[in-house]
Design a protein around this ligand. Structure first.
Ligand code: COA
Length: 328
């Protein structure tokens, strides 16, 4: 027997501190005009020094559970998707498990770059559909400011911090309709945090060479992204038996407005039906999709019964998309 899965609660946590393009003009050689015209980003949020991924994740998870109306003890599994965990290990998900009192839950992290949330939802859905679990928290959380070189204008204008969580539960109706995830590891070097792992353990030299910050080949990632997002949506649509005309809304990963506009154009989707938050939050990696979903739900752009596609791409390189029927 196959059970149904659906999103029954959603929550976010966004740091209060704002870093504007004007602020960045005082830090690197850039301009508000360049950043807005090349990326669409106007400002982003930056977490305080003492705040880590588990702090934002805990707050977002509590809101999602509250909305779903369940007790933390009823959560079976916590998945945190992140490339900026509190530490390399233990998993940030285990820290969240303790923070929220989900004493009956298993916990692990997923590293799939900015596609993390799509991977997390896909994994959770399999656990629900087989009947193995009933309630799973999927938390997309990244604090990219912690691994961004604020002397590198190629990257520091793009990234911000944030977190979005959903509770995925066994439901009567099918809320998560289909999933598609994929990777192209030949592009692994285009977006990475080179040092601090087993390939290049931390030394004074790695610190001096600034190898603990995000490295990005922007043009290569751009080329990949404009192809990967439409491809993921097309594959998902083919697989699901739906067609694009029955899709009400698209929530893409928020990396660059030009990438999003190009994908929407290729898919024939009007920008009126595309969720955008990058102007105020920049690229929050795993958090961008759930935060945009949350905001467009709260401001009523998304309504109960809508067919929504979530689509992402990121480090790995990874990409993927999920088709959901909104149930809240
Ligand atoms: N301010 C001013 N100039 C900048 C700049 C900045 N912040 N960053 C780069 N430039 C300069 C470059 O040095 C280059 O100058 P040059 O021609 O003298 O060498 C020029 O602007 C154009 O650079 P280019 O890389 O061609 O710009 P672009 O139009 O490709 O935009 C990105 C750069 C990073 C915005 C774009 O490549 C991009 O969005 N890539 C994808 C990144 C992404 O999605 N990452 C996250 C994946 S999850």
């Amino acid at each position: 027997m196959k059970y149904n899965a659906g999103i029954t609660g959603i929550g976010i946590s966004i740091p209060k501190k704002v870093l504007t393009n004007k602020d960045l003009e005082n830090m690197v050689e850039t301009s508000d005009e360049w950043i807005v015209s090349r990326t669409g980003i106007k400002e982003r949020r930056i977490a305080d020094e003492n705040i880590a991924a588990s702090d934002l994740s805990t707050e977002a998870a509590k809101e999602a559970i509250l909305m779903a109306g369940i007790d933390a003890k009823d959560v079976d599994l916590i998945i945190v998707t992140t490339v900026t965990p509190d530490m390399l290990y233990p998993a940030t998900a285990a820290i969240v498990q303790n923070n929220i009192g989900a004493v009956n839950a298993a916990a692990f992290d997923v590293s799939a770059g900015c596609t993390g949330f799509i991977y997390g939802v896909t994994i959770a859905t399999q656990f629900i559909e087989t009947g193995f679990y009933k309630n799973i928290l999927v938390i997309g959380c990244d604090l990219l400011s912690k691994v961004t070189d604020f002397t590198d204008r190629n990257t520091c204008v793009l990234f911000g911090d944030g977190c979005g969580a959903v509770l995925i539960s066994r439901t009567e109706e099918k809320g998560i309709i289909d999933e598609y995830i994929m990777a192209d590891g030949s592009g692994a070097d285009f977006l990475s945090l080179p040092a601090g792992g087993s390939r290049m353990p931390s030394t004074i030299e790695t610190v001096n060479k600034r190898l603990h910050y995000t490295f990005m080949n922007g043009p290569e990632v751009f080329k990949f992204a404009v192809k990967a997002m439409p491809e993921a949506v097309t594959k998902l649509i083919e697989k699901s038996g739906f067609n694009l005309s029955s899709i009400d809304y698209l929530i893409p990963h928020q990396a660059n407005i030009r990438i999003i506009e190009s994908a929407a154009k290729r898919l024939g989707i009007s920008m009126d039906n595309v969720g955008i938050t990058l102007d105020k939050y920049g690229n929050m990696s795993s958090a961008s999709i759930p935060v945009t979903l949350y905001e467009d739900f709260k401001n009523k752009k998304i309504k109960k019964g809508d067919n929504i596609i979530l689509v992402g791409f990121g480090a790995g390189l990874t990409y993927g998309a999920v088709l959901i029927k909104w149930m809240l």
